[in-house]
Design a protein around this ligand. Structure first.
Ligand code: NAD
Length: 386
């Protein structure tokens, strides 16, 4: 019998389950690169479309865990030495955490987690785990690659349009009973004809480029892995050897690279200074990719016309985090990858990974981040340990 420690965000303030606004969600069987959506062997312990990412939803894992004699401990109290996470961690063989409410597995915590064999990210992005410490401790790190890529890509497209067209301030004016059209439009532009740049064109970055193609933008990208020439031709992409060259050329930047030690604070005062005045930056990758106070300075000086995203550091962000109140921001809490649609896929993927782990069969290569003491699968392609 194994102890499975699952850290999820709290239930809705209005109670669980919420009143759902729709009765069904579409069935997605494959992703754009041909990868199949999760295919667990056992039956799902939930109906797709239910809220699974909060404590009462338990990622739909209760039937599987208890049916196989495991103990499933579901908590949300995760920060600080007196947290429930620290209390249960030494006994846990499996830790499951979502990036939206990350249970930070620091090297100090990994040292205390002497029974831990696998850390599963229910979602995508395993930077909340110290990957080097996990590798050294022989812990496998796996995530549900592909499960919420389109969820995030759609959120990015929404943010591109809402920043450039000045949607949120105009909506506020409407709510307040106003009709101040000149105020609405003084910062409102069409994106048609603008230059858009993707920093990283992996699953999400490329999906954003594909979705923006019909808006008749000029599309640019940079990535450590160049896309194949047919894709570049199909989308009319301009490739840049580095981010500095890209930011000088474009009006809108989407930052979509993973966070690892050398990408921390990738966007700082120097990088902002290289952008065109009045550029927009979207970051639905990770908060720590951007230096917190440099964004505020860039918005206040006008170097940046707008910043939007859903990722912060730490998470949850403190109530006085400056990104909540800085000018021209379109921030949301970390929600893009945890739509009800996304949850159905990453909960099924978490079940698939658990089944593989307990049955002793191989976890899909694309789900692996760390295995046998080193980066593996998607981890070997997209992350570095330094
Ligand atoms: P992916 O592995 O498919 O793509 C990542 C890409 O980044 C790869 O093409 C890789 O070559 C590139 N890359 C790595 N380091 C780079 C560097 N220094 N410069 C340029 N390119 C670099 O991953 P994905 O599914 O597209 O996700 C990307 C990131 O988005 C995740 O790591 C995660 O942090 C974040 N994410 C956020 C949410 C959310 O809810 N906001 C959800 C999913 C993923």
């Amino acid at each position: 019998m194994a102890k499975i420690l699952c850290v999820l965000y709290p239930d809705p303030e209005t109670g669980y389950p919420p009143k759902y606004s729709r009765d069904t969600i579409p069935v997605i069987t494959h992703y754009a690169n041909g990868q199949t959506a999760p295919t667990p062997k056992g039956s799902l312990g939930f109906k797709p479309g239910e809220l699974l990412g909060s404590v009462s939803g338990a990622l739909g894992l209760r039937n599987y865990a208890e049916g196989h004699g495991h103990e499933l401990i579901v908590i949300s109290d995760k920060d600080g030495p007196d947290s429930e996470f620290e209390k249960f961690l030494p006994e846990a063989e499996v830790v499951i955490s979502q990036p939206f409410w990350p249970a930070y597995l620091t090297k100090e915590r990994i040292a205390k987690a002497t029974k831990l064999k696998i850390a599963i990210t229910a979602g995508i992005g395993s930077d909340h785990v110290d990957l080097e410490a996990a590798a050294r401790a022989g812990i496998t790190v796996a995530e549900v690659t592909g499960s919420n890529s389109i969820s995030v890509a759609e959120h990015v497209v929404m943010m591109v349009l809402s920043l450039a067209r000045n949607y949120l301030p105009s909506h506020e004016i409407a709510i307040r009973g106003g009709w101040d059209i000149a105020d609405c439009v003084s910062r409102s532009y069409d994106i048609e004809g603008m230059h858009f740049g993707a920093i990283a064109a992996g699953r999400i970055g490329l999906a954003v480029l594909r979705r923006l193609k019909p808006f008749d933008l000029n599309l640019h990208y940079t990535d450590v892995h160049r896309l194949n020439p047919e894709v570049e031709k199909e989308l009319g992409l301009t490739y840049h050897p580095d981010a500095e060259s890209l930011v000088r050329a474009v009006d809108i930047v989407n930052l979509q690279m993973p966070l690892y030690p050398s990408t921390e604070h990738f966007f700082n005062d120097e990088m902002f200074a290289k952008m065109k005045r009045g550029a927009y930056l979207i970051n639905c990758a990770r908060g720590k990719l951007v230096e917190r106070d440099a964004v505020v300075r860039a918005l206040e000086s006008g170097q940046l016309a707008g910043y939007a995203g859903d990722v912060w550091f730490p998470q949850p962000a403190p109530s006085d985090h400056p990104w909540r109140t800085m000018p021209f921001n379109g921030m949301t809490p970390h929600m893009s990858g945890t739509s009800l649609s996304a949850q159905a896929r990453y909960a099924a993927g978490t079940l698939e990974i658990l089944e593989s782990y307990f049955d002793g069969t191989s976890i899909r290569e694309e789900y692996l981040i760390v295995k046998n003491g080193e980066l593996a699968g998607t981890g070997a392609k997209s992350y570095k340990l330094t």
